[in-house]
Design a protein. Structure first.
Length: 543
């Protein structure tokens, strides 16, 4: 029988935190294929509860330093063409303000790296010696090693002081010297006086396995840790935990072992969506190798049939690392999320399908994997979610809201496959609604909300992308605009609602008269490009 994870160190209630029951025992499941399935089910169930609990009050990430990192490690030896042996990996410090479960306001800093400490890790010491011997090594070093801000400078930029910080944490303790963060009663070798705490009385949140690793290093781990980094550090400055913990609404530390035994990932719920920071991968290519344009990374996915390409400088348990990185997209995970809601609430009244991905460019130039991903997430995901919700609503009724897009109502050059997936979503939704009514089922409603472009992470990197110009050709919406529209259709169900309404009329006219619509498209694209240029210029000025 699997036993729930036991929390160690101070009582979690003392810091306003609490354990996460959904993940209890998943890392003990055997064999490994069943463990992966257990992780998927737990993630799907927890995601719905996590999003419903609320959001953090504020979050900001600021670059600290760019450090050299071997390409072979970054992409698990997948890169297939001659390249420089090192890439530049940027470390960012993330500052989060939130309310804990006791209602107390808190401030957390994630990854407050001190580069002077990182340089003392055996790996970087050896790399420095090697670069000194290589012709041109100094120039290469300058290209990949850059310093942007010190942790204290970041706080000043944010209008905070060291005493404002309650907790600090790292996803793991690779190349971190706790003495430089928490202070020490002993002077570090080569220094004359002991280090003072970087953040006043703040304590470090650390997984018990990660702290134990630093206390007793294995030879396979030694190169990446600062041996002696705990010397003179007050043990009371650490808050240790096992498993997974919620710090407050919208803020979680998920145990994601593999890269290290005690690796954990920061999960944040914000108005712009749910964000995860994890060094199990160093770039988007690690999580979605099927879309990668790095030579060899997509082949890695195809050749080995793996959903992810792990960051592989240490693989203390590569199977656990895989489990910690996988995506959740299949029907079983949707059903698991529904079942969790039914267990917690006893019924399902409202179900919103909001998952979506966008890859732009001419359809004939896109990778097959990119086309498939959009169709699976945007169309099949809507089908799975809708059918799953109907099954739960048959007895008591309910309302299903599918977030589609104006792209589901008209032609969108540069986003053809995306538009196809959205046309499929709206066609399925309306056909299913008609099927319910013909079957005499009147107490289940299906509403499609079709917003114009929304300023979310889906468009944040599209300001210089001509293929996405039409997404900027109307009134760029905020997530709150879509929330308002959803509230309205919940009060007064409608099969299709366009946001804003005038854009819905515009695209429907273009769809009704396709010849006229096609002739008008160059004007709309030009307008969208002007908006992209203006927004890009404003962002550069504000940087």
């Amino acid at each position: 029988m699997v036993q729930p994870a036991q929390q160690s160190g101070p009582d979690l209630t003392e810091i306003g935190a609490r354990p996460i029951p959904e993940f209890d025992g998943v890392h003990d499941v055997w064999p490994r294929g069943k463990r992966l399935a257990a992780v998927r089910r737990a993630a799907a169930a927890y995601k719905e509860r996590f999003k419903a609990q609320g959001q953090v009050r504020a979050v900001k990430s600021v670059d600290i330093a760019a450090a050299p990192y071997p390409v072979a490690y970054a992409f698990h030896n997948a890169v297939s063409v001659p390249t420089l042996p090192l890439i530049s990996m940027i470390n960012r410090m993330i500052t989060v303000q939130y309310d804990d479960w006791n209602g107390a306001p808190r401030t957390l800093v994630f990854e407050p790296t001190v580069p002077d400490g990182s340089a003392q890790a055996p790996f970087y010491q050896n790399l420095r010696k090697f670069m000194d011997k290589v012709p041109g090594g100094e120039l290469i070093g300058k290209a990949v090693l850059k310093y942007y801000n010190k942790p204290g400078d970041v706080l000043t930029k944010l209008g905070l002081s060291a005493d404002d910080i309650d907790f600090c944490t790292f996803d793991h303790l690779h190349v971190q010297d706790p003495r430089m963060i928490l202070g020490s009663t002993e002077a570090i070798e080569g220094e004359n006086t002991p280090r003072r705490p970087l953040f006043g009385d703040a304590r470090m949140l650390v997984h018990s396995r990660e702290l134990a690793t630093l206390q007793s290093l294995h030879p396979m781990q030694w190169a990446w840790y600062i041996d002696g980094g705990l010397g003179g550090v007050d043990p009371a400055k650490f808050v240790t935990f096992d498993g997974d913990i919620e710090l407050g609404p919208g803020l979680t530390l998920l145990w994601t072992p593999g890269h290290t035994d005690g690796n954990h990932s920061l999960v944040i719920n914000t108005p712009d969506g749910v964000w995860v920071s994890s060094e199990n991968g160093i770039s988007l290519d690690n999580w979605q190798p099927e879309l990668s344009k790095i030579p060899g990374v997509r082949k890695y996915h195809e050749r080995f049939g793996r959903e992810i390409c792990p960051n592989a400088n240490t693989l203390e348990d590569s199977l656990d690392q895989y489990d910690s990185m996988v995506d959740v997209r299949d029907e079983e995970q949707v059903a698991a999320a529904r079942d969790h809601v039914m267990t917690e609430a006893g019924r399902l009244d409202i179900w919103v399908n909001n998952a979506g991905v966008l890859a732009t460019g001419p359809a004939w130039e896109q990778l097959p994997e990119a086309r498939r991903l959009m169709l699976e997430v945007n169309a099949l995901g809507t089908v799975n979610g809708t059918v799953t919700a109907i099954e739960a609503m048959r007895d008591a009724g309910g309302h299903i809201v599918n977030i589609v897009s104006l792209a589901g109502l008209t032609a969108v050059p540069g986003e053809a496959v995306y538009a196809a997936s959205k046309h499929a979503a709206i066609g399925f939704s309306l056909s299913t609604l008609a099927g319910l009514r013909l079957a005499g089922i009147e107490d289940i409603d299906i509403s499609c909300v079709c917003p114009d472009g929304i300023w979310t992470p889906m468009l944040h990197d599209k300001l210089d992308d001509p293929a996405s110009a039409l997404s900027f050709s109307g009134r760029l919406l905020q997530p709150t605009d879509v929330v308002t529209a959803v509230r309205k259709v919940l009060d007064r169900p409608r099969p299709v609602t366009s946001v804003p309404g005038w854009r819905g009329l515009q695209v429907r006219l273009a769809d009704a008269f396709p010849g006229l619509g096609l002739r008008a498209l160059p004007l709309m694209v030009a307008r969208g490009r002007r908006v992209q240029h203006r927004m890009s210029a404003r962002l550069r000025q504000g940087a």
